[in-house]
Structure formats: structure tokens, C-alpha cells
Design a binder for this molecule. Structure first.
Ligand code: 5GP
Length: 216
């Protein structure tokens, strides 16, 4: 194996379609997995334990924080969400790309703690379209108008902070957005700065005598 996997942090406002995008990527790209977070929120209809999330109560979540089991965690709309550390690091070391679909606070924590991750911001086509998507979702979950307006305001702030990310994908048309995200991961994976010179020698691509000529 020439390279570690790429850690891809996919963030963006609630309702923008990050989950669908990430699911598309996992089915299209080999050696790419979706990190399953822990959450204290209740499962929605159709969600399965260990697939969408690991569903835990507050006490268990606090234990996991104490055990330093998370690479980041954040409270989002009244519930806690955390990304498990060990599985993520193991996958990267095996050369598997890991997709993290997390909120902006979580992305910021990873930026402060983890070198080499790729940050992708997913934006809606417009705030108006996002409002419609959130209203549709609210019909299912009984969220009120005030909550939707609060999320739209937050979304506007998050979009304005786009410079914190490497890439900006506007999810107007799902297939196009999927292709853009896929291209980002494929290109990031083959970047020269992800290559370890010693691994080039081990793989018979560079003679050991030449090793010292490689600038690091
Ligand atoms: P939902 O409850 O709708 O699945 O997710 C609500 C928000 O929490 C989304 O913006 C989602 O990206 C974010 N989220 C999901 N898992 C994590 C996590 O492990 N850490 C952080 N910081 N945010 C997460």
C-alpha cells in the first residue's frame, strides 16, 4: 500500500444533503467508508443502530468523552454527536478513505487537531431552496417555523465562512455534486505530499541509494 487513506470532512448546513452525498460516494468509490458517529438523539424511523449512528444515552456519551474515545464531539440542536477515534485511525492506516459528515463545530475541532484532512463544504443551491427542504423535513419531525428560521440564519453564517474549507460543493443537482466530491477525493488521494519516500523504496519504485535524494 502506497498511501494512508484520506480523511474527508464533509460539513455544511443541516438539510443540505450531506448524508445522501456521502452515501453515494461510499457506493461509488472503493476503499472508502463512512464514519459512524455516536449520538444522544433518538433514532428516526428507518435508522438502524450502528448504521446511521450508535444511539446512546447521555451517561454513556459522557463516559466516552472521559475515555477520550472521540476525535471530536459537539452539541447540535440540543443533542450530542461524537466521532469515534479508534476505528477512524485504523481505517486510515489501512489505506481506507474515511468520510466524516459532521457539523461546522466538529469540522473546526478536526482542523485544530488533525493534519492532512480534506475539508469540503456542501452548500445548498440557495437559502430559499434550503428553507423549502427544511420545511419539508419539519413536516415529518414537528419542528416549528422559528427553529427553521434559526437554522437558516446559522446556514447563512456557515456559508459565509467558506474560506475555512478547501472545497465548496453546491448541491444543486445531486449527481453533479456527487461527481465533484468523488473527483476531490480521487485527486487528493494521489497528491505527492501523501507519498512516504520510504514506502516508494519498499514498493520497488525507487532504489534505496536514491532515497536520500528525495526532498522531504
Ligand atoms: P442529524 O441528527 O440530522 O443526523 O444530524 C444533525 C447534525 O449533526 C448534522 O449537521 C450532522 O452533520 C451533525 N453530526 C452528525 N454526526 C456528527 C458528529 O459525530 N460530530 C459532529 N460534530 N456533528 C455531527
Amino acid at each position: 500500500m502506497l498511501r494512508n487513506g484520506v480523511l474527508v470532512v464533509v460539513s455544511g448546513p443541516s438539510g443540505v444533503g450531506k448524508t445522501t452525498l456521502c452515501k453515494n460516494i461510499v457506493t461509488r468509490l472503493p476503499a472508502t467508508v463512512f464514519s459512524v458517529s455516536y449520538t444522544t438523539r433518538k433514532p428516526r424511523p428507518g435508522e438502524r443502530e450502528g448504521v446511521e449512528y450508535f444511539f446512546v444515552d447521555d451517561a454513556r456519551f459522557q463516559d466516552l468523552i472521559r475515555e477520550e474515545a472521540f476525535i471530536e464531539w459537539a452539541e447540535v440542536y440540543g443533542h450530542k454527536y461524537g466521532t469515534p477515534k479508534q476505528a477512524l485511525l485504523e481505517s486510515l492506516h489501512k489505506g481506507i478513505n474515511v468520510l466524516l459528515e459532521i457539523d461546522a463545530q466538529g469540522a473546526k475541532q478536526i482542523m485544530e487537531r488533525f493534519a492532512g484532512a480534506v475539508y469540503v463544504f456542501v452548500a445548498p443551491p440557495s437559502l430559499d431552496v434550503l428553507r423549502k427542504r427544511l420545511c419539508r423535513r419539519a413536516e415529518d419531525s414537528m419542528e416549528d417555523q422559528e427553529e427553521i428560521e434559526r437554522r437558516l440564519h446559522e446556514a447563512s453564517d456557515e456559508i459565509a465562512n467558506f474560506k475555512a474549507y478547501h472545497y465548496f460543493v453546491r448541491n444543486d443537482e445531486l449527481l453533479q455534486a456527487t461527481k465533484e466530491l468523488e473527483s476531490i477525493i480521487l485527486a487528493e488521494r494521489v497528491k505527492t505530499d501523501r507519498l512516504d519516500p520510504d514506502v516508494l523504496v519498499e514498493n520497488g519504485l525507487v532504489e534505496s541509494m536514491t532515497r536520500k535524494k528525495i526532498a522531504t
